[in-house]
Design a protein around this ligand. Structure first.
Ligand code: EPU
Length: 431
């Protein structure tokens, strides 16, 4: 187990490069099963979640060839198993994308019920409803295994009762090879949905409307291999934007798609931070005054991302005035507030609302990362707080942020990683 130690109060300056999008990568890796051929995936982030997805693919029987830390060649020509073992599935919520991908390829799959960051109830009823509408039977076996099976699949109209990233991905995966037309209504519009559709279309799929709330999929007979580069990670970029805004300084965030960051840019501008996004693939942040208060409501894309909610809460903790955060996606995403309170933040949570009274300073203390994005927020808090902040549970952060300690250090943060012997604190669940 490791901890990260930050001596806070230093401004940030320089350039940080953003890697490939985790949530696109974890959808695209299982999608390679929809061809019997070779796909070369580039710009994969070198993070735990991606390594687990690649490991699962390998365990199922695909050939996974390492080219460099961000590029792999995946050969899905061999026969593959259709059961994802529990020890792999439990680490990663996205393991349920193997249900859609294997259903599409082999007409059957079983995957243990996914775990995930603990944000309250995380049902998969919309995935199941969609699989059934495509002609599959869904059952539950012992050990919480979900099993999907179909004699054959046939396109259908699917209306999602909630906007779900996971259900949209899984249903696209299941439908691309199903004869006829599948329509997904109230689909999620996140950039990673568009990226998955672009990847599949390059393989020969016929998907239109990705990025809108109606996605149409004309089933094709087969897909071919291709070479594809994953889009930049919206949330990694947003995290560095907020880190620069909160710690102060001047930072260039490079290899980004500014359009994907508009909701974050808008909130930083409201807080009085200088943001220049008039570039093809960069965002410049300048922050030299105390941030102003603002209200934030998280919503599915293009709303403010729930995965940026803990990070912006840190900025608002030291803003001038009272801010309200309203969580519009998950039931319970304020667990990290307890940790911020240890640093002196003043936050009251009422159900899905958090009222933040900005304080002038946070003060370093030992804290822990409860999950991936909460962990990223603790890093930002450590940069802002005066004195020393020790963060445990950093393995959660390593799931989604490549070389975060090195990247922050290169921007001038006083930050280091240390190994601590603590057998009780092992990684358990992921989002
Ligand atoms: N929901 C249902 N029924 C379903 C599916 C979802 O009621 O069948 C509800 C959920 O309970 C939630 C809402 O719909 O209230 C949205 O859930 P969604 O399915 O969109 O979330 P997800 O696919 O499980 C992905 C990301 C999360 C991110 C959410 C929301 C991946 C691998 N995970 O989760 O990312 O918070 O979308 O944008 O793409 C992270 O990266 O840290 C992370 C947790």
């Amino acid at each position: 187990m490791e901890k990260v130690i930050i001596n806070g109060g230093k401004t940030l300056s320089g350039t940080v490069d953003i890697g490939g999008a985790k949530n696109a990568a974890v959808a695209i890796i299982p999608a390679t099963l929809l061809t019997r051929g070779v796909c070369r995936l580039e710009n994969l982030p070198d993070i735990k979640d991606v390594n687990i997805m690649l490991g699962t693919l390998k365990q199922l029987g695909a050939k996974v060839k390492y080219i460099n830390p961000h590029t792999y060649e995946i050969d899905t020509t061999p026969e593959v198993d259709t059961e994802v073992p529990d020890e792999l599935a439990k680490h990663l919520r996205a393991s349920y994308y193997f249900l859609g991908a294997l259903l599409g390829r082999e007409k059957c799959a079983s995957v243990a019920m996914p775990g995930g960051c603990d944000f309250g109830v995380r049902p998969i009823d919309q995935h199941i409803k969609g699989f059934e509408l495509l002609g599959a039977k869904v059952g539950f076996r012992e050990n919480a295994m979900v099993e999907v099976k179909a004699e054959s699949l046939l396109g259908n109209q699917i209306y999602l009762d909630v906007v779900s990233v996971g259900a949209t991905v899984n249903l696209i995966l299941a439908a691309v090879l199903a004869p006829g037309l599948t329509t997904i209504e109230q689909a999620a519009k996140e950039p990673h949905i568009v990226d998955l559709a672009n990847f599949l279309n390059l393989m020969g799929a016929k998907i239109t409307g990705a990025g809108t709330d109606v996605i149409k999929i004309h089933g094709v007979k087969q897909l071919k291999g291709c070479t594809y580069s994953i889009i930049p990670d919206q949330i990694e970029a947003g995290t560095y934007m907020v880190a620069a805004a909160a710690a102060g300084g001047e930072v260039i965030i490079r290899n980004v798609i500014p359009k994907h960051l508009e909701s974050i840019t808008a909130k930083l501008l409201e807080c009085g931070i200088e943001v220049d996004d008039d570039f093809d693939d960069e965002i410049h942040i300048k922050s030299d005054v105390r941030p102003k208060r603002c209200n934030v409501k998280t919503l599915p894309h293009p709303g403010f991302p729930t995965d940026m909610q803990p990070q912006i809460a840190v900025l608002l903790s030291v803003a001038d005035g009272t801010s309200i955060i309203s969580e519009g996606v998950w039931d319970n995403r304020f667990r990290y507030v307890e940790q911020l309170a240890r640093l002196g933040a003043s936050i009251n949570v009422e159900g899905k609302l958090a009222v933040i009274e900005g304080v002038e300073h946070l003060k370093g203390a030992p804290i822990k990362a409860d999950d991936l994005r909460a962990g990223a927020a603790m890093f930002i808090a450590g940069l802002v707080a005066t004195g020393t902040t020790e963060i445990r549970g950093v393995e959660h952060v390593d799931r989604g942020y490549e070389k975060i300690v090195e990247k922050l250090a290169a921007l001038g943060a006083d930050i280091k990683r240390e190994i601590v012997p603590d057998p009780a604190g092992s990684l358990n669940e992921v989002g």
